[in-house]
Design a protein around this ligand. Structure first.
Ligand code: ATP
Ligand code: MG
Length: 337
C-alpha cells in the first residue's frame, strides 16, 4: 500500500512556500494515480497549540485553507480532506506516544526551537506546543501513511515520528507503519525564502505572496522584493546569491535555459532588476491565474466546501479508528473486546 498523509495549519491563507514545498507535489502525486490513499489534514488542533487565545481565527482559516486546496487542484474524489480536531483517535494515540518520548528530546527539535524563539515562548512554552511533534506522529501513523510530502522544516518532525514508530514496534510488536519524508526534487522549493530575503516564507513572518492575492497585490509584492543591494546601476555586475528574484525563478520557471542566461547577464552587468522582476511576475501570473479561476468556482459556495470536509472527516475517522483499535490490541488495553 502506498499512502500519503500531509497537511497545513489553518493559521492563515496558504502562500507560494506552501505551494512549491508541498501543495504542488501533492497534486502531482494525486494525479499520478500511483497512490492507494491520500489524506490531507487541516491541522486545527496543532494551530491551537500557539493560537489558544484566538480560536476564531483558526476556525475562519479552515475555510481559507480548504479553498486553497481546491484551488490548486486537490480533488476530493481522489484525496480525503479532513479536519484534525474532529478525529478523536489522534488524541488517544498522542497520549500513548507521549510516554515514549523524553522532554529533552522534544526540546532538542531544531524546528520547534526556532519557532519558540520566533514566538518569544522561551519563558513560557505551552506544553501542547512543545509536544506537537508527537501529535504529528499520531497524525501520520493513524493513517498508516508511508509517504509525507512536506517542506524541509518538517524533517525533524518526520525523524521524531520514525523514532516513535520504532519504539512502538519494539515494545508492542509490528503495529505501526514507518513513514518517509517526501521532499521536492527542486532544492529551492524545499524552503522558499520570503520576499524580504528571510530564510523562510512564513505566515508568522508576514513575508508571503498568497495564492489568493490578486494580480495587483502580486505585482506590488514582486516590486518590493529583495534583490542585490550592491546592484545600483543597471550596468553594475549583480549578485544572484541571496537574490530572491532569482531564487523564485529557480523555483517557478520551467524554462531553465532562459533563467541561466538571465543569471549570466545579471552577473556580467547590464540587466536591470525591473526587467528580471517583470519576467518573474509573468511566470507567477501564469501559475496563479488558473488557481484564481478555480477559487472563483468554490468561493461563493462555502456550503459545498464544508460538505467536502465533512465527508472527508468521516472517511478519515473510519481509518484512524481502525488503526487505534489495532494499537490498543497490541498494547493489551482492549479489555472489553
Ligand atoms: P506558520 O507560520 O503558522 O507555522 P507556515 O507558513 O510555517 O505557517 P505550516 O502550515 O506550518 O506553514 O506548513 C505547512 C506545510 O508547508 C509544511 O509541509 C511546510 O514544510 C510547508 N512550508 C511552509 N512554508 C514553506 C516554505 N517557505 N518553503 C517550503 N515549504 C514550506
Ligand atoms: Mg510552520
Amino acid at each position: 500500500m502506498k499512502t500519503i498523509l500531509t497537511g497545513d495549519r489553518p493559521t492563515g491563507k496558504l502562500h507560494l512556500g506552501h505551494f512549491v514545498g508541498s501543495l504542488r507535489e501533492r497534486v502531482k502525486l494525486q494525479n499520478s494515480g500511483e497512490y492507494d490513499k491520500i489524506f490531507i489534514m487541516i491541522a486545527d488542533a496543532q494551530a491551537l497549540t500557539d493560537h489558544a487565545d484566538n480560536p476564531a481565527a483558526v476556525r475562519e482559516n479552515i475555510l481559507n485553507v480548504a479553498l486553497d486546496y481546491l484551488s490548486v487542484g486537490l480533488n476530493p474524489e481522489k484525496s480525503t480532506i479532513f479536519i484534525q480536531s474532529q478525529i478523536p483517535a489522534l488524541f488517544e494515540l498522542t497520549a500513548y506516544y507521549l510516554n515514549l518520548v523524553t522532554v529533552s528530546r522534544l526540546e532538542r527539535n531544531p524546528t520547534v526551537k526556532n519557532e519558540i524563539a520566533q514566538k518569544n515562548f522561551e519563558t513560557s512554552i505551552p506544553a501542547g506546543f512543545l509536544c506537537y511533534p508527537v501529535s504529528q506522529a499520531a497524525d501520520i501513523t493513524a493513517f498508516d501513511a508511508n509517504i509525507v510530502p512536506v517542506g524541509e522544516d518538517q524533517a525533524p518532525m518526520l525523524e521524531q515520528a520514525r523514532e516513535i514508530v520504532r519504539k512502538m514496534n519494539e515494545l508492542y510488536g509490528e503495529v505501526l507503519v514507518e513513514p518517509n519524508i517526501f521532499l521536492s526534487s527542486n532544492e529551492t522549493c524545499r524552503r522558499l525564502p520570503g520576499i524580504d530575503g528571510k530564510a523562510k516564507m512564513s505566515k508568522t513572518l508576514g513575508n508571503c505572496i498568497y495564492l489568493s492575492d490578486d494580480s495587483k497585490t502580486v505585482a506590488a509584492k514582486v516590486k518590493e522584493m529583495y534583490t542585490d543591494p550592491l546592484h545600483i546601476k543597471v550596468s553594475d555586475p549583480g549578485h544572484i546569491e541571496g537574490n530572491v528574484v532569482f531564487t523564485y525563478l529557480d523555483a517557478f520557471c520551467e524554462d531553465k535555459k532562459t533563467v541561466a542566461e538571465m543569471k549570466e547577464h545579471y552577473q556580467r552587468g547590464g540587466l536591470g532588476d525591473v526587467k528580471v522582476k517583470k519576467f518573474l511576475l509573468e511566470v507567477l501570473e501564469e501559475i496563479l491565474t488558473p488557481i484564481r479561476q478555480r477559487r472563483a468556482d468554490f468561493e461563493n459556495n462555502s456550503a459545498e466546501v464544508m460538505k467536502i470536509l465533512k465527508t472527508g472527516t468521516e472517511i478519515a475517522n473510519e481509518k484512524a479508528n481502525e488503526v487505534l483499535q489495532r494499537v490498543k490490541r497490541a498494547m493489551k488495553i482492549n479489555y472489553f473486546e
